[in-house]
Design a protein around this ligand. Structure first.
Ligand SMILES: NC(=O)c1ccc[n+]([C@@H]2O[C@H](COP(=O)([O-])OP(=O)(O)OC[C@H]3O[C@@H](n4cnc5c(N)ncnc54)[C@H](OP(=O)(O)O)[C@@H]3O)[C@@H](O)[C@H]2O)c1
Length: 241
């Protein structure tokens, strides 16, 4: 349960080496040391991430694409570690040699583990799930429509899950970052409104405090995307990158 200051006492991160998730863990923890479980596909990178957080962080193996393992993964995880106040669903691929891998991780894997998590959190009767969607979910661009299509599906699922869980004590927050400087975007030209993981982390913490269903990071993207969503296709297609 969150403490009297609203600080979570336990945080689970799926995609435990994600730069955005790790910045969010730091922001949500503040000076406290909540229990942190990083679910990672690479044990070495995971151990590094846990070491940077401190002795209150541990890792568990997790592969978002291995959907058949998810129900058991969630049950065993909660049995071993107890309830979680906040779950960050932060894994994702921007691209891959096989386009279906992007679909399998970003959409199929996310829906699969979200279904299992939602059931488990409903049983504990409290908790927040933070789903890292993207501004790309709003309108697919020529440069990243595969990624955008998976985030559009995930975003719609997360919004529906939020409504489905109303009244259960479980809250779902969808996060729509723009271009953020992380491992995922390394070496790519920054898009307009590009930002840092800290800005996204603060938006998540603020969204959780307010009980928001959706946050944009940076906030101005909401207005920009409202305009871009209605831009005629021939103009939209000419936008850079
Ligand atoms: N950076 C941006 O500009 C941006 C913008 C909008 C939305 N987002 C979204 O925000 C989330 C976090 O991204 P980030 O910027 O923090 O990127 P990141 O640092 O590259 O993190 C991505 C994470 O996904 C994990 N992952 C990939 N495939 C996986 C699999 N099959 N099973 C388990 N974990 C897997 C990676 O693990 P490994 O360490 O094993 O690679 C890594 O922990 C993603 O969902 C991303 O789509 C990012």
């Amino acid at each position: 349960m969150r403490d009297a200051l609203g600080i979570p006492q336990s945080i689970l991160v799926l995609g435990g080496t994600s730069d955005l998730a790790l910045a969010t863990v730091a922001e949500l923890s503040g000076p406290r040391e909540p229990k942190v479980v990083l679910a990672v596909r690479d044990e070495v990178r995971g151990a590094e991430a846990a070491g940077a957080i401190g002795a209150h962080a541990v890792t568990v193996p997790f592969d978002a694409a291995a959907v058949e393992t998810h129900p058991r993964f969630v049950e065993e995880l909660f049995a071993a570690h107890g309830d979680f106040d906040v779950v960050l669903v932060a894994f994702g691929l921007l691209d891959a040699d096989d386009p279906l891998e992007v679909v399998d991780v970003n959409y199929r894997g996310a829906v699969s583990v979200l279904v299992a998590l939602a059931e488990r959190l409903k049983r504990q009767g409290h908790g927040a799930i933070v789903v890292f969607s993207s501004v790309a979910a709003e309108r697919p661009r020529r440069a990243n429509y595969l990624y955008g299509s998976t985030k559009a599906g995930l975003d719609a699922f997360a919004q529906g899950l939020h409504d489905d869980l109303a009244g259960t004590g479980v809250h779902v927050l969808t996060v729509r970052p723009g271009f953020v400087h992380t491992k995922m975007t390394e070496g790519r030209d920054p898009a307009p409104f590009s930002t840092t993981p800290d800005v996204v982390a603060r938006a998540v913490a603020d969204g959780l405090r307010r009980g928001a269903h959706t946050v944009w990071a940076p906030r101005g993207l909401r207005v920009l995307m409202t305009v871009l969503r209605h831009l005629p296709r021939p103009l939209f297609r000419r936008l850079p990158g």
